[in-house]
Design a protein around this ligand. Structure first.
Ligand code: ZN
Length: 227
């Protein structure tokens, strides 16, 4: 068969048939491959969606854990602060008692009237009155309540300020508007009353102890009068 043989061009040669068959099988193969590829991609996409969803839930869990840890951290911080404060505060009391003086009248004498006043005439002849010496002639001591008005930690030391408080004087009043505050430097811890230098600087944890000291102070005053 010559290369220029017409039949070679007009009639499909075996070679051409083979080429066609090959083309078709190639096309089918490509289609199959394409289908497989699409299938693979679909599968991969589904897997990725699952991964994405897992990732979202992991993210959510993570954020939740972070938030929980934040709360735990703050709780722990507060706990440490509270413990430290309690340690610093020691046996801190919000209320302390201290002695205060009060004048009282002893038995009435016979020189004065019902209100313990004595009438007299002024140099110009005017009628006047004066308090009798039997009025408010006895000095007594009684416990006064002091309330912690503020506190702070200075140089690692707990300090508290107290303000005197009595229901009749301060009822309904804000603590801020009550007089001056004082740091309770001396809080009685069983010392002898004789050894307390300044009675007005002494603070007591219980009203009973303060009362005992007040009774002792009152006794000292009456001894002064007697002597
Ligand atoms: Zn009198």
């Amino acid at each position: 068969m010559s290369y220029y043989d017409e039949d070679y061009y007009n009639e499909p040669s075996e070679f051409e048939q083979q080429v066609d068959a090959f083309k078709e099988s190639l096309l089918n193969a490509v289609k199959e491959e394409h289908k497989a590829e699409i299938e693979r991609l679909r599968k991969e996409n589904a897997e990725l969606q699952e991964v994405k969803q897992n990732l979202e839930s992991i993210k959510r869990e993570y954020n939740q854990k972070v938030a929980e840890l934040g709360i735990q951290k703050n709780n722990l911080k507060n706990e440490v602060r509270r413990e430290r404060l309690l340690e610093l505060m020691g046996d801190f009391k919000a209320e302390l008692f201290s002695p205060r003086t009060k004048w009282m009248s002893g038995p009435k004498c016979n020189k004065c009237d019902d209100k313990r006043r004595i009438p007299f005439l002024s140099p110009s002849g005017k009628e006047m009155v004066e308090d009798c010496s039997c009025k408010n002639n006895i000095l007594i001591y009684e416990p006064r309540t002091n309330i912690c008005s503020s506190f702070e930690v200075r140089n690692g030391k707990f300090m508290a300020w107290y303000k005197s408080y009595s229901v009749d004087r301060a009822d309904g009043m804000e603590l801020e508007s009550l007089g001056v505050s004082d740091v309770a430097k001396f809080i009685w811890a069983g010392e002898k009353f004789e050894d307390i230098k300044d009675y007005y600087k002494a603070y007591f944890k219980t009203e009973e102890d303060c009362q005992s000291y007040c009774d002792w102070l009152t006794d000292q005053e009456s001894n002064k009068v007697k002597s």
